[in-house]
Design a binder for this molecule. Structure first.
Ligand SMILES: [Zn+2]
Length: 626
């Protein structure tokens, strides 16, 4: 059955009174626009039956002819839900939807509440309620505007995606995966899943630490962009998403799937990477135009929601415990033909922010597992020990009136470190000193506070109640620009500075380093992995002096320490127990995203202790799975 035939079949199953003006796909789902107001209001029962029959999700909305004019609808809506504190309203005319941002969603969505029905009844618009972020995020607003202003283009795009998904297809005969990046290396993650019916790219990252191997090998013969069906992003770190906008420069017109919080984080990090490239005098591989294209083509997919993405591939994302919105990618290929899991980066063990990575799936045959900390020497201290030692390191500097620089990626560990410091001040184990959060880290934190449902339960509760939200503690001070930075380093007081980038290869952390490095009383605390060839790696070896921005030689007298245990990655033990406890038990393990020197030993341990087969893919390898 073709896409058009699927729609015709849905329509044929509806009663004639449904009076459907238009029907179309929204990616894998069907939306019908009814001209009959009563049917629109009461379609639920009928649609449930039809959905069962055609095995598709179907939603009814009002035909445009029924919609109350936007202006009148807005004042009507503000009246109906005035207790919820409406802060913004966007009308998506083409989708007959209205996106309403409110301070108190529970006032609209709470139990026994019929406000949604009331809005539909009065205005015929279908409301989508969103919680106002406690910290303003320009990125989230921009994404919403891009979507609503291009409502028609986006609808057409989503309809096209649906038509492709439900294209005529016989059956899956083979499946294989090709490695375009992150094979025997850390960085530029990218793998291509192929079947006789589909081509899906998993991740499309860059390697910020290696100029020669910065991008995935997209000139591999099996990668034909015009035949690519979809891209699935595990999480928003640049080594997983950073090259995705380039695909749109190169002619890609298909969808990108990722979790809802991953999109604003990906936009934030890509914009930042572009800025850094320009500052370094280099050329970014894409512009903000391509980032906008990525936004227009992104289909947000929450955890554990199964969706068709091609005629023979079904996708589910699961919590990976790594950063906000990070996911483990599960592909169900064909009708029970094969099941592949790609872990992306993951943490098998609880952190302050996130639950442990999921390793229970309906079915799984093969696993591509990250192996950043795969060697026997990669055993991290417990989170508790890591927190205690960080507090101790900070206290030592405060006694000497020094400043602490924590270079960090904008997303992930830094929010973990923020929570640790905040708690230490609340417990009295650290004195109250200013904690400066530089630009990008602040923007990322704003996005964290917008998606509490993606955080661990106890933190989620605190973030939902704005009064106790630890990320909003006034201890944290936002750094606006260069002027602020100068006065922070000049001030005669102890402070903690958290700034990007984590490997000191660009960003404000390099400026702080250049100012703080000459003085013995200051301290640099590394909380993240230092890639080969980065300034961070050089500094870690504590030379007498360092070269900043390829021109200024500066004495390095500040103390340099590593606070281990904050890793958002699993350590060796966690990687192995992740596989050991996986349900069901997988047959083939392919370690990726690891140091080439460590991988063979890691793989042989998997074979010998877990009795699972392994293959360590090399770049450009293709492995037939079935
Ligand atoms: Zn990552």
């Amino acid at each position: 059955m073709s896409g058009e035939e699927v729609l015709t079949r849905v329509l044929s199953l509806l009663p004639s009174k449904a009076d459907i003006g238009e029907s179309r796909f929204e990616a894998a789902n069907v939306v019908i626009f009814s001209k009959n107001f009563d049917f629109f209001m009461n379609a639920h029962e009928v649609l449930r039956e039809v959905a069962k029959e055609v095995k598709l999700r179907i939603e009814a909305r009002a035909d445009r002819s029924l919609l109350m004019p936007a202006e009148d609808a807005e004042s009507e809506i503000r009246k109906i839900i005035k207790d919820a504190g409406v802060t913004d309203i966007f009308f998506d005319t083409y989708g007959s939807k209205v996106i309403i941002e409110v301070e108190k969603p529970s006032e609209v969505l709470g139990n026994g509440n019929n406000k949604i029905t009331e809005i539909k009844k009065k205005t015929a618009w279908t409301p989508v309620i969103q919680r106002k972020p406690p910290l303003k995020s320009d990125i989230i607003n921009t994404i919403r505007r891009i979507w609503t202003q291009n409502s028609k283009d986006r609808s057409n795009f989503l309809h096209g995606v649906g038509k492709r998904i439900y294209e005529d297809f016989k059956e899956t005969e083979w499946t294989r995966v090709s490695f375009l990046g992150a094979a025997r290396e850390v960085g530029r993650s990218s793998m291509l899943l192929q079947t006789n019916g589909s081509r899906v790219l998993m991740d499309c990252g860059i390697n910020v630490a290696n100029k020669d191997k910065a991008f995935p090998v997209l000139d591999a013969p099996e990668f034909q962009i015009e035949r690519l069906d979809a891209v699935v992003i595990s999480h928003s770190h640049l080594d997983h998403v950073g090259f995705t906008p380039f695909l749109y420069k190169y002619g890609f017109k298909g969808p990108v799937y990722m979790t809802p919080p991953s999109l604003p984080l990906a936009v934030l990090l890509s914009l930042d990477a572009m800025e850094i490239a320009h500052k370094d005098g280099g050329n970014a591989p894409y512009s903000s135009k391509e980032i906008e294209q990525m936004v227009l083509h992104t289909i947000p997919l929450p955890y554990e929601e199964v969706t068709n993405i091609t005629p023979d591939v079904r996708l589910t994302l699961y919590n990976a415990g790594h950063i906000l919105g990070s996911s483990i990618i599960h592909f169900h290929i064909g009708e029970g033909f094969y099941n592949l899991v790609y872990t992306g980066d993951m943490k098998y063990g609880p952190t302050k922010m996130h639950d442990s990575a999921v390793n229970k799936f309906p079915r799984v045959e093969a696993v591509m597992i990250e192996s950043t900390y795969g060697s026997p020497r990669d055993l991290l201290p417990s989170l508790k020990d890591a927190q205690d030692s960080l507090v101790k390191e900070i206290n030592e500097v405060i006694d000497n009136k020094g400043k602490i620089l924590i270079p960090t990626a904008g997303v992930g560990r830094v929010q973990e470190v923020m929570l640790t410091v905040e708690e230490a001040v609340r417990n009295g184990t650290l004195p109250e000193i200013p904690i400066y959060i530089d630009g990008m880290v602040w923007d990322a934190t704003a996005i964290y506070t917008t998606y509490p449902e993606y955080l661990r339960k106890n933190i989620r509760k605190l973030v939902f109640s704005n009064e106790e939200n630890p990320l909003l503690n006034p201890l944290f001070k936002r750094v606006g620009g260069q002027k602020d930075r100068k006065s922070i380093v000049d001030a005669d007081e102890s402070s903690i500075i958290m700034a990007t980038s984590g490997m000191l290869n660009g960003g404000p952390s390099v400026f702080y380093l250049s100012q703080l490095a000459p003085y013995e009383k200051n301290k640099l605390i590394f909380v993240t992995y230092q890639g080969r060839g980065t300034l961070g790696e050089t500094v870690m070896h504590q030379p007498k002096d360092i070269l900043i921005n390829q021109r200024d030689r500066i004495p390095l007298n500040m103390k340099v320490v590593k606070a281990e245990g904050f890793s958002a990655h699993s350590d060796r033990k966690q990687l192995l127990s992740y596989l050991k406890n996986m349900e069901p038990r997988p047959g083939l393990i392919m370690p990726v995203h690891g140091d080439p020197a460590k991988l063979p030993e890691f793989a042989s341990t998997i074979r010998n202790t877990l009795r699972m087969s392994t293959k360590i893919p090399n770049i450009l390898d293709s492995i037939r799975l079935k």
